[in-house]
Design a binder for this molecule. Sequence first.
Ligand code: AMP
Length: 485
Amino acid sequence: MITTHPFQTSDDDHFHEECGVFGVFGHKDAAAHAALGLHALQHRGQEAAGIVSCDGVHFHTHRSLGLVGDNFSSEDIIGRLKGSMAIGHNRYSTAGETVLRNVQPIFAEFGFGGLTIGHNGNLTNAFGLRKQLVERGCIFQSTMDTEIIIHLIAVSLYSTVVDRIIDALKQVKGAYSLVAMTENSLIGVRDPMGVRPLVLGRFDNAYILCSETCALDIIGADYIRDIDPGEIVVISEEGLRSIKPFTRQQKRFCIFEYIYFARPDSQVDGRNVYDVRKHIGKELAKESKVEADIVVPVPDSGVPSAIGFADEAGLPFELGIIRNHYVGRTFIEPTDQIRNLGVRLKHNANKGYIEGKRVILVDDSIVRGTTSEKIVAMVRAAGASEVHMRISSPPTRNSCFYGIDTPEQEHLLASRMDVAGMADHISADSLAFITMDGLYRAVGEAARNDASPQYCDACFSGDYPIELTDQNGGSRPAQLSLLTE
Ligand code: AMP
C-alpha cells in the first residue's frame, strides 16, 4: 500500500523522496552535531528525522516521525546516541508510507559488521531490482528504495565493505547522495552525474559530510569542497580516501536546487543560492518587461528573485504579501481540500501596499497552479489595478524522478496548457516564465548547451539524463502489502 500524496495520484507508487543527509566522523559530540546539522537541513524534509551513532562497537539509533527540533532536543535522547561518529537524515517522502519503518538512516547487520545508510535522491530502476532481489530470497523491511542498496551490498561477492558498496551502486540507476557509516568509517557517495548535492567540511579535527553548506555553518564547520560526481570518500582513522570507481560522465547537477529547493544561504556546487536567485530575477526582468508600480514576492521562495527583478526593473520591492510562518509548506498538506485551504492559511495581502497599484508578483515556479491562482485573486481582492505574474523558472512540464517531489505529469499546469492558457487560468493580466537560456545565464553559463546540457533540467526540458527504467519498462511490482506499523 502506498499512501496518497497531494502531488500524486493514489496509484502512483514511485519511491521518490526529498531528503537531507548529514554525517560526522571524529567528534565527541557527534550526535548533537548531527541533530544541529539536520535542523539546518529541515527544509529538505519535514516528515521524519533519524540519527544513528556509533561508538566503535555498537550502533545507537533514534528515528522518529516529525521535525528535528521536536525529536532531538532532549539531552536524554542525544545522550543515548553515543560515539564519535554519527549520520543523520531528514525525510520528506513523496510515496511510501509515512511510518517509522520508512524512516532513515536505514541500518543492517552484515557478515562484515553493521552498516547504516542515509540517502537523498531516487533510484530509477528500483522496481526491477527489488523484484529480482525478492525472487532471490531477500526480505524487505521497508518500502524505501534505499533498502535495495542494502540488499545489493548483502548479496555482493566482494569482501570489503567499500567494494560491496561499489558493486551495489554499479547496479543501481538514479540520483543519489549517500552518507554511510560502519564501525570505523564514514562514507560519502555522489552519483556519477552529481544530481543531488553533497559537501565535505571540517570542524575541529572532525570531518563532516552534508547536503548543503548551511549545515556546516550551524556548527561553525569549515567548507572544504563538494564531493565530486561519481566520487566515494571513505573517512577513517587513517584520514580521507577518495575513490572514483564509475565511468566518468557529464555532470548534471539539478538546476531546481538553485531555483527552489536549497536554502538561500547555502553554497551549492560552488555558487551562493541567494545570489543565483537574484540573478534569475534580473534575467527575468530583462526578458519580460512590463509597466508596473511595485514588485511583490510570493514569500518565501519568491523573495530573492523578486529582489533581483525589482533591482533590474528599477521598481520598488514591497512585501505586499505576508506569510504566516507557523504553517508548513503548502505541499505537505495531506488532502486536496486542505491544500487548497493551505494557501489562504499561509499568505495574506498587505492591503495598504497593494491598493490601486499595478503589481508584479514573482514566484519561483508554477506546479499545479493552485498557489498562483489563489495569490492573484487575493492581490486583486486587495485592490490591485493590474496583476502581472513572473516566474523564476521555465514552465514545469515534466515530473522529476530524481528526488524532487513533483506531481504526475498530467497534474502539472504547464503540461496541460500554453503560457497564454495558464495566464487565463490564474486570471493574471500577464504571465511570463524565465527562458531556459536566461536561467542558464543566471547560473553563470553563456547558454544551455543543448548537445550536452550542463545541468539536469528534465522538469522543464523533458531531457532525462538518467534512464527511467521503472517508468519506461513497466517492471512495477505488485503493491507492497504491509500497511502499517
Ligand atoms: P502550485 O500551487 O502547485 O502551483 O505550487 C507552486 C508553489 O509550490 C510555488 O510557490 C513553489 O514555491 C512551491 N514548489 C515548487 N516546487 C515544489 C516542490 N517540489 N515541493 C514543494 N513545493 C514546491
